[in-house]
Design a binder for this molecule. Structure first.
Ligand code: SAH
Length: 206
């Protein structure tokens, strides 16, 4: 598995231009095969997304690396993730930032991810079952916010929970989705479109 993981990093991630050493080192460390359902273990290091149940998917490794790189983490940040899913992205963030707060709307996915993360020793990740559209006001503001499900538009409530100087990385849109990076500087949001992506839609809670 370690060899396959190394191959994933060099052939899928470095070769496509990810250079952030913190990100590359985390991608080399996190045991992706531990986060995918048992029947997909042999494909854990392949260049595509994988089903994780409930119609949801764990993103392609390159997209996880690209999004993490766009967060520009130095290691001392408090991060909010929307869409815990398998917990894999949260594990990558756990190794690149200080604290990770992750929200999952599907209870069984959230609970499973929580168990996997604590079982693997990622004790700086906190998983909450809830609606990501609301963010996590008790823990706000965040240095970085990352969405791994696509809302039609970036929710203002989440932008409000971003610190001054903070970065938000997310897919945005319904049929056509753009990966966007927002930066809050002097209260003004600077937006950069990165590339087209395909994520599962962000579900509206009740
Ligand atoms: N980051 C995940 C990939 C998640 S797929 C990983 O590394 O595996 C997107 C996830 O977002 C799904 O698990 C889905 O249930 C969740 N989701 C969708 N809408 C949501 C919402 N409003 N709030 C929180 N989670 C949501």
């Amino acid at each position: 598995m370690e060899k396959l993981r190394e191959k994933m990093v060099t052939e899928q991630i470095e070769s496509r231009g990810v250079t952030d050493q913190r990100v590359l080192s985390a991608m080399r460390k996190v045991e992706r095969h531990a986060f995918v359902p048992d029947q997909y273990r042999s494909e854990a290091y392949a260049d595509h997304p994988l089903p994780i149940g409930h119609g949801q998917t764990i993103s392609q490794p390159y997209i996880v690396a690209l999004m993490t790189e766009l967060c520009e983490l130095q290691g001392d940040e408090k991060v909010l993730e929307i869409g815990t899913g398998s917990g894999y992205q949260a594990a990558v963030l756990a190794l690149t930032a200080k604290e990770v707060y992750s929200i999952e709307i599907v209870e069984s996915l959230g609970k499973r991810a929580r168990e996997k993360l604590s079982g693997a020793g990622y004790d700086n990740v906190f998983v909450k079952i809830g609606d990501g559209y609301l963010g996590w006001p008790e823990k706000a503001p965040f240095d970085v916010i990352i969405l791994t499900a696509s809302p039609p538009q970036i929710p203002q409530l989440l932008i409000d929970q971003l610190k001054e100087g903070g970065i938000l990385v997310a897919p945005e849109g319904e049929y056509i989705q753009q990966l966007v990076r927002l930066e809050k500087r002097n209260g003004i949001i600077h937006r950069r479109n990165i590339t087209y992506v395909r994520f599962v839609p962000m579900i509206r809670g009740r």
